[in-house]
Design a protein around this ligand. Structure first.
Ligand code: F0G
Length: 460
C-alpha cells in the first residue's frame, strides 16, 4: 500500500466546539423520527457532519474582528463598501448586489432575466439553480461534456461544458429563448470538478457571438482557479487571484453563495456590468431581500464576506483544502471503496450504486448509504442521486434517474482535522465490508420541488 501523506492544517485552533458521543440506539430512534431523512437529524446528534461545505466554515480571527466592526446602518453601511471593493478586485464587475445567500441571488437574477418558455443552459445546474429556473416555467439544461459522467476517467477538467452541444442547442432553441448561459465552478453536481480556462474562453466566445449573456455560478471559484493553476499548463506561474480575475473577465456577471469560497456562515451576491439589468435586480431585491447596500445581511455579515473572499484565495489555504479532500479520497480508494475520480475541490463523492450493487436505483442506493452511515457511525453525508434529481418524466410518469448515483462527503472549510477524516475513512471502509446488510428505501411523502430536503421514506 502506498503511503498516503497526512495534510497538515495551516492554522492553529483558537476556539473549539465539543463533539458529544451519541449512542447507536439513539441514532436509530432519530432516523425513524426523521422519516429516514438525515436533513431531519438535529446537528448535535451528528458526530462528523459532512452534509455540506456551505455555511459551515470556521471563520478566521480577522473575520471575527471584522464582525465587531459591523456598521448596522440601513443604507450605505461602510461594510457594504468594503464588500464592493473586495468583489470588484476579484470579479471586476461594476455592480455588487448583496443577497442573503446564493439561491436568493439566483432567484433575483432569473426573476429579472428569465421568462416562461425560456431555457437556461449550464454545465450542470445545482438543485437550487434548477429549481429557480423551473419555477419560472423555464427549462434548466445540462450541457456538460460526456466525461463528467464517467467516474473512472482521469480527465482533469470534468466540469467543462460541451461546446459543440452548446452551439447546437442555441441553433435549435433560438437565441431569443436563451436569456443567459450559466457555468457552475466547480461543478458541484458532477463531483465538484473544475472547469478549464480554455473551456471558459470557448463558452464565452460562443455566447458573445450570439449576444447571450454569460454568467458564473461562482460559489467555488477559488477552488476552481486553484485547479487551473495545478492542471492547466499555461497558468502554473499565475497567482490564483490572477486566474480568478481572468475567469471572470470572460463573463458578464456572476451569482455567488458566499457560504462556500467566501468562508462565511451566511451571505451571497450578484455582480454584473449591465446597468439596465442591475436596476431591475435592485428593484426586485428591495421587495424581498432588502435595500441594495445590505441585501438581507447585517453589516457585520458583509464585513466577514469582504474579508473571507480574500482569504479564500490564499494559496496555502487552498493547497491544504484540496489536499484534505484528496487525503480522504485516497484512503477510501486504496481500501476499495468506489469513489468518483479525480477527487473534487470540496468533497469526496462515493459511487453509491457500486457501493451497494444489491440495491436497485428505484430503492435509492445513495440515500440508503446516507442512512447507514449515520446509523452505524453518526456521520452525516448527502445523497446526490435519485432522490435529489429523480424526475417523473418517463413512460407512464415512471421515474427517470440522474446519470450518477452518488453520496457526497463535503468537507467544511477549516473545521475538521486529518484525524476526523481518518475516522470517516475507517467508518466507510468498515461499512463497505458489511454492505450486504444495508437496505433500500421507498418514498412515502415528497414535495414538488427540492424534495430531498423534506421527503419522508421507509426502509424496504
Ligand atoms: N450553486 C451551487 C453550485 C451550490 O452548490 C449552491 C449551494 C448554490 C448554488 C446555492 O447557494 O446554499 O447559498 O443558497 N450548495 C450547497 C451544497 C447547499 O450543499 O452544495 P446557497
Amino acid at each position: 500500500m502506498a503511503d498516503i501523506k497526512v495534510p497538515m492544517e495551516p492554522f492553529r485552533i483558537k476556539v473549539v466546539e465539543p463533539i458529544r458521543p451519541v449512542a447507536r440506539r439513539e441514532r436509530e430512534v432519530l432516523l425513524g423520527q426523521s422519516g429516514f431523512n438525515i436533513f431531519g437529524i438535529p446537528a448535535e446528534k451528528v458526530t462528523i457532519d459532512l452534509l455540506t461545505d456551505s455555511g459551515t466554515s470556521a471563520m478566521s480571527d480577522d473575520q471575527w474582528a471584522g464582525i465587531m466592526s459591523g456598521d448596522e446602518s440601513y443604507a450605505g453601511s461602510r461594510n457594504f463598501f468594503h464588500l464592493e471593493d473586495s468583489v470588484r478586485s476579484i470579479f471586476g464587475f461594476r455592480h455588487v448586489i448583496p443577497t442573503h445567500q446564493g439561491r436568493a441571488a439566483e432567484r433575483i437574477l432569473f426573476g429579472s432575466a428569465v421568462k416562461k418558455g425560456d431555457s437556461v443552459p449550464n454545465n450542470i445546474h445545482f438543485d437550487t439553480t434548477r429549481a429557480n429556473v423551473e419555477i419560472l416555467g423555464a427549462r434548466a439544461e445540462n450541457l456538460v461534456a460526456a466525461e463528467a459522467y464517467d467516474p473512472d476517467s482521469s480527465h482533469p477538467f470534468k466540469g467543462d461544458m460541451d461546446v459543440e452541444k452548446l452551439k447546437k442547442f442555441i441553433d435549435r432553441r433560438g437565441v431569443e429563448r436563451i436569456p443567459l448561459v450559466m457555468m457552475t465552478v466547480t461543478n458541484n453536481s458532477g463531483g465538484g470538478q473544475p472547469v478549464s480556462l480554455k473551456n471558459i474562453k470557448q463558452v464565452s466566445e460562443v455566447c458573445a457571438h450570439h449576444g447571450i449573456p454569460f454568467f458564473f455560478d461562482a460559489c467555488r471559484f477559488a477552488e476552481n482557479a486553484f485547479f487551473i493553476k495545478k492542471r492547466e499548463k499555461a497558468y502554473a506561474k499565475k497567482s490564483v487571484l490572477e486566474i480568478a480575475q481572468e475567469m471572470f473577465s470572460y463573463a458578464d456577471g456572476a451569482t455567488m453563495s458566499g457560504k462556500k469560497d467566501a468562508l462565511v456562515n451566511i451571505g451571497g451576491f450578484i455582480t454584473l456590468d449591465d446597468d439596465a439589468l442591475a436596476e431591475k435586480i435592485k428593484n426586485l431585491l428591495i421587495i424581498s431581500e432588502g435595500f441594495p447596500t445590505y441585501g438581507g445581511l447585517a453589516g457585520r455579515d458583509l464585513e466577514a464576506m469582504a474579508r473571507g473572499l480574500k482569504e479564500g484565495l490564499d494559496e496555502d489555504y487552498l493547497e491544504h483544502r484540496t489536499a484534505q479532500v484528496a487525503y480522504l479520497g485516497a484512503l477510501l480508494d486504496q481500501a476499495g471503496v468506489p469513489v468518483f475520480k479525480p477527487f473534487g475541490g470540496h468533497a469526496v463523492y462515493i459511487l453509491a450504486d457500486r457501493f451497494l450493487p444489491h440495491i436497485p436505483r428505484a430503492q435509492y442506493p445513495g440515500w440508503a448509504l446516507t442512512v447507514a452511515l449515520y446509523r452505524e457511525f453518526g456521520i452525516r453525508a448527502v445523497e446526490i442521486g435519485g432522490v435529489m434529481f429523480g424526475q417523473k418524466t418517463g413512460k407512464g410518469k415512471a421515474e427517470v434517474y440522474p446519470e450518477l448515483e452518488m453520496v457526497r462527503l463535503a468537507i467544511p472549510r477549516r473545521v475538521y482535522t486529518a484525524s476526523h477524516l481518518r475516522f470517516v475513512a475507517d467508518s466507510l471502509i468498515e461499512l463497505h465490508k458489511n454492505r450486504d446488510k444495508v437496505r433500500g428505501l421507498r418514498i412515502v411523502r415528497e414535495s414538488p420541488f427540492l424534495r430531498h430536503f423534506t421527503a419522508q421514506l421507509e426502509e424496504i
